[in-house]
Design a protein. Structure first.
Length: 157
């Protein structure tokens, strides 16, 4: 029996829990993963932290494809798409409570899906995209080899 990945369900539940408790949910994102759509000024970063509270974003959708929303970056409205495999963690800004991902049921399926070509990534249908965006992946230019270690989260109590 094959189970669907649990990451989207966990993200939805934790986002709702944080919102219900007046906390500010943030996503830690691996911006190097193919299919990540973020503003150009952030596309060079290896890891991003995005505020996904209802006061910071509009049209937030968390589903089996990924996390999508509209937000303003420097006053410019932009569409953002984060494939589920690129979501490293969700946590509350105020106290750090949340969850890191990678070992939950179905994580291996997400990583296999992350290897699909960019053309398989869902398109934004919530209106025209304004402002510069960057789509990670594809054959636009060869990837640079990084000497840095893989990004990780550190839990501080």
């Amino acid at each position: 029996m094959s189970l669907t990945p649990s990451r989207s369900y966990l993200l939805q539940a934790l986002h709702q829990w944080m919102t219900d408790n007046d906390l500010t949910p943030h996503l830690a994102v691996d911006a190097r993963l193919q299919g990540v759509i973020v503003p150009d000024q952030f596309s060079r970063d290896e890891q991003l932290v995005l505020n996904v509270s209802y006061s910071a974003v509009q049209h937030l959708v968390i589903d089996q494809e990924g996390v999508s929303f509209n937000a303003r970056f420097g006053g410019v409205p932009m569409n953002v798409f984060i494939p589920l495999a690129a979501v490293l963690a969700i946590y509350a800004r105020e106290n750090g409570q949340g969850m890191g991902f990678g070992m939950e049921p179905g994580a291996e399926v997400l990583m296999q899906q992350a290897d699909q070509p960019v053309s398989d990534v869902p398109t934004q249908s919530s209106g025209p995209s304004t402002g510069p965006v960057s789509v990670k992946g594809g054959a636009s230019k060869p990837a640079k080899k990084s000497t840095k270690s893989k990004p990780s989260l550190k839990v501080i109590k």
